[in-house]
Design a protein around this ligand. Structure first.
Ligand code: NDP
Ligand code: 8X3
Length: 249
């Protein structure tokens, strides 16, 4: 039975991926800061599936290292790493951006992803197999107004995905980048710091993606035969052609 480690499994895409992968026979290590949410996901998945919860802040290198290096023996082999934990904080022109928001985005979306990948990639190299799935964004290939630092963080994920794929080539480890467009999760509520009215605006007049839509893409990517790698998947709502063109009814 394969083991998948999903970061940011307390909400949205990560939560949906945890439930879908468990239902498709994966053992799971699920992570996030909110331990109560991790336990909820674990109990929703049910006792017939093996789930190990790891609560830590991915921005802290020490916490990441302690959590992953401290995994019990039976959870040491990781077949699939889904680098999903991430956020946008704020939507401001560059000259008005809050520096704390910038740090939070870069520390989570870029540095956190790197901290965990470094440890898990070494495990995968030692095992001789593995698959890393990075959740990027359409914002990783197109910058949009006021999105500056979030877009930069996801451009970094795009570049890192390409770089990791090259570095992992000789080790037979797959690397996939999935770039969602507008998906209705807790993402917008987090970006607008709990302001529910602002959070709804991006999804007005469209049918947005759901966490489940992206979870299905993750499952597709990780269930290809050994000789097939899905390099990139960019997935938007039907009503979205790019970061700039959204057709609202
Ligand atoms: P959610 O806000 O619903 O989920 C984000 C997850 O990331 C949560 O589980 C949260 O857990 C975790 N997380 C955030 N900060 C940290 C941290 N410091 N340490 C550990 N975990 C953290 O958003 P989505 O599901 O939408 O986002 C998932 C990924 O998808 C992100 O990388 C996002 O950038 C990307 N994405 C989202 C899109 C969208 O439109 N929704 C589109 C394109 C990409 P907790 O708070 O418990 O720590
Ligand atoms: C999330 C998609 O367009 O809201 O990465 O930035 S968008």
């Amino acid at each position: 039975m394969k083991t998948a480690l999903i970061t940011g499994a307390t909400a949205g895409i990560g939560r949906a991926a945890a439930i879908l992968l468990a239902n498709n026979g994966y053992r799971l290590i699920i992570t996030g800061r909110r331990n109560d949410r991790l336990e909820e996901v674990k109990s929703e998945i049910g006792a017939s599936h093996e789930v190990h919860c790891l609560s830590f802040d991915i921005r802290s290198r020490e916490e990441v290292e302690a959590a992953i290096n401290g995994l019990p023996q039976q959870w040491q082999n990781i077949d699939v790493l889904v680098n999903n934990a991430g956020l946008a904080a704020g939507l401001n022109p560059i000259q008005e951006g809050a520096i704390d928001d910038w740090e939070q985005m870069l520390d989570t979306n870029v540095k956190g992803l790197l901290y965990i990948t470094r440890i898990v990639a070494n495990k995968m190299i030692e095992q001789g197999y593995g698959h890393i799935v990075n959740i990027g964004s359409i914002a990783g290939v197109q910058a949009y107004e006021n999105g500056n630092v979030y877009c930069a963080s996801k451009h970094a994920v795009h570049a890192l995905s390409q770089g990791m794929r090259i570095d992992m080539l000789k080790h037979g480890i797959k690397v996939t980048e999935i770039r969602p467009g507008l998906a209705e999760t807790e993402f917008s509520l987090v970006r607008f710091k709990g302001d529910a009215d602002s959070a709804k605006k991006p999804y007005i007049g469209i049918v947005p993606l759901s966490g489940q839509d992206i979870a299905e893409a993750i499952l597709f990517a990780i269930t290809r035969p050994p000789h097939v790698n899905v390099n990139d998947l960019e997935i938007t709502p039907t009503a979205q052609a790019s970061s700039y063109y959204v057709f609202r009814k």
